[in-house]
Design a protein around this ligand. Structure first.
Ligand SMILES: Cc1cc2nc3c(=O)[nH]c(=O)nc-3n(C[C@H](O)[C@H](O)[C@H](O)COP(=O)(O)OP(=O)(O)OC[C@H]3O[C@@H](n4cnc5c(N)ncnc54)[C@H](O)[C@@H]3O)c2cc1C
Length: 289
């Protein structure tokens, strides 16, 4: 196995162009597991850790540009206000050691339906900045996940950053696992209220071949809040509306039975998480008045 160690972003792109099959390694918390278990033996491994700009972030007027290798710990410590859903999701990843190494770029690179960042990213909204020697392109998160552990990157591309909308309202993330830490999600759910556009967005993890949004549920809730004038009045969400939202979220999932849980349990749990997280976020929105 050849080990490539680019010292700059340009060197990294050149190396990826020369060796498109090279496997990038950032925190290594997915890659090293695969290599150690001999699930993968790449001819080239490309260490991105000398490209320090990947570990930086910038807070702009409307968005946060999050470098691909910013570890979860930094997101929890520094971006709780701007990206509350992602910060909550980061808390549930593995253990402190893994959170000090792993980051969103690696979660996106692996593109597992169980990755914890995905529901929060989908609910918050944003784009992946993908680059190669051919140039840079922005891939909307909605178009990034193509299949189980398959993403929209071309072989010569690397993730440079993720551009995420700064929160304009409350966000929540909820995960069901067999215990409280060091656990792959049985299923997970993210919700973001966007009072600036009077919309609601969601993300579902571990309950379909890819992370997905519950679009029908989003459209239903957005319309229901609007019709009842609840964004202005900040009145309570009627239980019937919350119940229908939960049912639509459960119905959006396309889960399987596996060792972690059954499809019907996953659907049930998603409905519960949807109702609860809607309750928490809406209460926070009301209290902020
Ligand atoms: C014990 C343990 C527990 C875990 N628990 C969780 C958990 O609870 N929740 C969860 O979501 N994950 C969990 N994981 C998985 C892992 O920690 C996450 O997926 C993490 O986000 C990976 O980030 P990384 O930087 O370590 O990625 P790496 O392992 O370095 O890379 C992962 C993939 O992304 C690619 N990649 C990395 N950076 C780039 C880039 N800039 N451009 C293009 N491709 C890139 C790599 O080639 C590889 O395919 C766990 C892992 C372990 C070992």
């Amino acid at each position: 196995m050849e080990f490539l160690r680019p010292a700059s972003w340009q060197e990294a792109l050149a190396a990826k162009a020369e060796h498109p099959a090279a496997v990038p390694i950032a925190g290594g918390t997915d890659v090293m597991v695969e290599i150690n278990f001999d699930h993968r033996r790449p001819a080239y491994l490309m260490d991105l850790n000398r490209v320090t700009e990947l570990q930086e972030w910038e807070i702009g007027a409307d968005t946060v540009r999050l470098g691909a290798s910013v570890p979860y710990t930094k997101i929890m410590e520094h971006l709780r206000t701007e990206l509350p859903g992602l910060a909550l999701a980061s808390h549930t990843v593995a253990s402190p050691q893994i959170r000090n190494r792993g980051g969103v770029g690696g979660n996106l690179g692996t593109a597992s339906p169980a990755g914890d960042a995905h529901p929060a990213l989908l609910a918050g909204g944003g784009q992946v900045e993908a680059a190669s020697v051919r140039g840079t392109r922005m891939i909307p998160l909605d178009d990034f996940y193509l299949g189980v552990k398959r993403n929209a990157l071309e072989p010569d591309e690397l993730i440079r950053a993720v551009h995420l909308r700064k929160a304009s309202g409350p966000q929540q993330f909820s995960k069901v696992g067999t215990r409280n830490a060091m656990v792959i999600a049985v299923c997970a759910f993210g919700i973001a209220l966007h009072p600036d556009t009077r919309t609601v967005r969601t993300g579902i993890g571990s309950a379909a071949p890819t992370p997905i949004r519950a679009r029908t549920a989003e459209e239903f809730l957005t319309a229901a809040l609007d019709e009842a004038g609840l964004w202005d009045s900040r009145g309570p969400v009627p239980p019937s509306v919350a119940g229908q939202f939960a049912d639509l979220v459960a119905g959006a999932a396309n889960p399987i039975d596996d060792v972690r849980g059954t499809a019907s349990y996953r659907r049930h749990a998603l409905g519960v998480m949807a109702r609860r997280t809607l309750g928490w976020t809406w209460q926070e929105y009301r209290d902020a008045n």
